[in-house]
Design a protein around this ligand. Structure first.
Ligand code: SAH
Ligand code: SF4
Ligand code: F3S
Length: 460
């Protein structure tokens, strides 16, 4: 994969900085999507701040409003249009610059709708042109022109963008962009392009720099991380090689990754998880459906049996491993029996966490053209049934922690109670406890004393 030289973009950062000097302009950003989208927002913040903007949580005092959109489900899209109604007033009152980026901007029908119904939008940028944000801002400030900067082709790999991270002790690192799988319900391959893996050296350098800054935990991000393909640099070709290399980095104490695809979960990846002490022994393994028929229609390329075999194999080889998952209910053609197969897998695996979604038709995907769509009412009923089962398991799983000693990365003061500290255990559950401020940013041992569905309580 060719890397792009971004010197030109960095020049635009300087240019904007010069014309903005000492003007105290503020920006507000709203991130609407997944962790990849969040990681993109961290880069947008990096660029905005180098241009001279400072961040504000209050949209009303912003001179620049940035919306980083998601289109994976309908409700994500609705959020944008709701927000734009509100922003229209701001634009009229104080001429706020409105920039909209992210996955949704890669959809032609959405961009058309913006032109028609929200013509006050100043900048539209896509997933492949994120790095051009500074030049987009420059054109808007200087030429006062409307910018549409969306590319249909797969973007290059961009290295060296400034970044302002949301957290101080845990960080996300994108290892690959795009997806080649075309699951029949999913819009992501159309808006993120084909798989492009970063150079292993760039990834490791980024993580080493994070460790130096005091970061303790990294999450490796990609739409399909276990199909990562290194270029052989530093001897790294496969995802498992990358995991082993990250495990060697001094200072990093915890490694997570999302999302792997069950079809690419090869033995070398399982062995790397088993061998590497720092890899958290909770694996997010998206199931989507427990029915082999539905999985086939979804183009997932595994059966219920293969999924269960993979879980069993991992349980055997990786002591203490647990799982979380994603499930879609109401995919076209899903029968009562199919849905019960999903419930069956959920009750057998005992997931630590289940992310549940009601199937949402996405324009341009094969699923949208299928004739046997499930009525909304049935979808919602099934969702409720799945939720009940999953919630009861979460509670059961939580009880298992009571009385155990857990390693906790202390993240800071609890938002709801400033007397308490908050952190996460290996399996990513939140723990609240009474402790001293100097524990923040460290990994400490806590005894779990009670469970409260969404969090555990601990004692030193
Ligand atoms: N690449 C990742 C994540 C994709 S998006 C993966 O394959 O696991 C995150 C989740 O959103 C998916 O796992 C899926 O459960 C859900 N999702 C994607 N498209 C959807 C749709 N059209 N309707 C409902 N849920 C969807
Ligand atoms: Fe979407 Fe499937 Fe790719 Fe995940 S693997 S991003 S669900 S197409
Ligand atoms: Fe993520 Fe949504 Fe795009 S889930 S990849 S921001 S469509």
């Amino acid at each position: 994969m060719e890397k792009k030289n971004i010197e030109e973009e960095l020049e635009y950062i300087k240019k904007v900085n010069q014309i903005m000097q000492a003007k105290g302009k503020k920006y507000h950003i709203l991130t609407m999507g997944c962790q990849l989208n969040e990681n993109d927002s961290e880069k947008i913040c990096g660029m905005a701040e180098e241009m001279g903007y400072t961040k504000t949580e209050n949209i009303n005092e912003a001179d620049l409003v940035i919306l980083n959109t998601c289109c994976v489900r309908e409700n994500a899209e609705d959020r944008l249009f709701g927000k734009l109604g509100e922003i229209k007033k701001l634009k009229e009152e104080k001429g706020t610059i409105v920039a909209i980026g992210g996955c949704m901007m890669q959809e032609k029908h959405i961009v058309e709708k913006l032109h028609k119904s929200y013509p006050f939008t100043d900048i539209i940028f896509g997933t492949h042109t994120l790095h051009k944000f500074p030049s987009d801002i420059y054109q808007t400030l200087v030429k006062k022109s409307k910018i549409e900067d969306v590319l249909d082709i797969d973007g290059e790999i961009i290295e060296g963008l400034p970044i302002i991270r949301d957290d101080k002790y845990k960080a996300s690192v994108t290892i690959m962009n795009g997806c080649n799988n075309f699951c029949s319900y999913c819009i992501v391959p159309y808006v993120r392009g084909r798989e492009r893996s970063r150079d292993p050296k760039d990834i490791l350098d980024e993580i080493k720099a994070l460790a130096k800054e005091g970061y303790k935990e990294v999450t490796l991000l990609g739409q399909n991380v276990n199909s990562y393909k290194g270029n052989g640099n530093l001897g790294i070709d496969r995802f498992s090689d990358l995991l082993r290399a990250v495990n060697q980095i001094e200072g990093i104490e915890r490694i997570r990754f999302i999302s792997p695809h069950p079809k690419d979960f090869t033995d070398d990846v399982i062995e790397a998880i088993r061998d590497c002490k720092k890899i958290c022994k909770i694996i997010h393994l998206p199931l989507q459906s427990g029915s082999s028929n539905v999985l086939k229609a979804m183009n997932r390329k595994y059966t219920k049996e293969q999924y269960m075999e993979l879980i069993e194999k991992m349980k055997k080889q990786i002591p203490g491993v647990v799982f979380s998952t994603d499930i879609i209910v109401g995919f076209p053609g899903e029968t009562e029996q199919d849905f019960e197969d999903t419930l069956d897998v959920v009750s057998k695996v005992q997931f630590e966490q289940v992310f549940m979604f009601i199937y949402s038709r996405r324009v341009g995907t094969p699923g949208d053209k299928m004739e046997n769509q499930i009525p909304e009412e049935i979808k919602h009923k099934r969702f409720e049934r799945l939720k009940q089962l999953a919630d009861s398991q979460v509670q059961k799983n939580n009880e298992k922690y009571i009385g155990t000693i857990q390693k906790v990365l202390v993240e800071g003061k609890s938002k709801n109670n400033s007397q308490m500290l908050t952190g996460r255990i290996d399996t990513n559950k939140v723990v609240i406890f009474q402790g001293k401020d100097e524990m923040i940013g460290k990994i400490i041992n806590l005894k779990i004393v009670s469970e409260h569905m969404w969090y555990l309580k601990g004692e030193i």
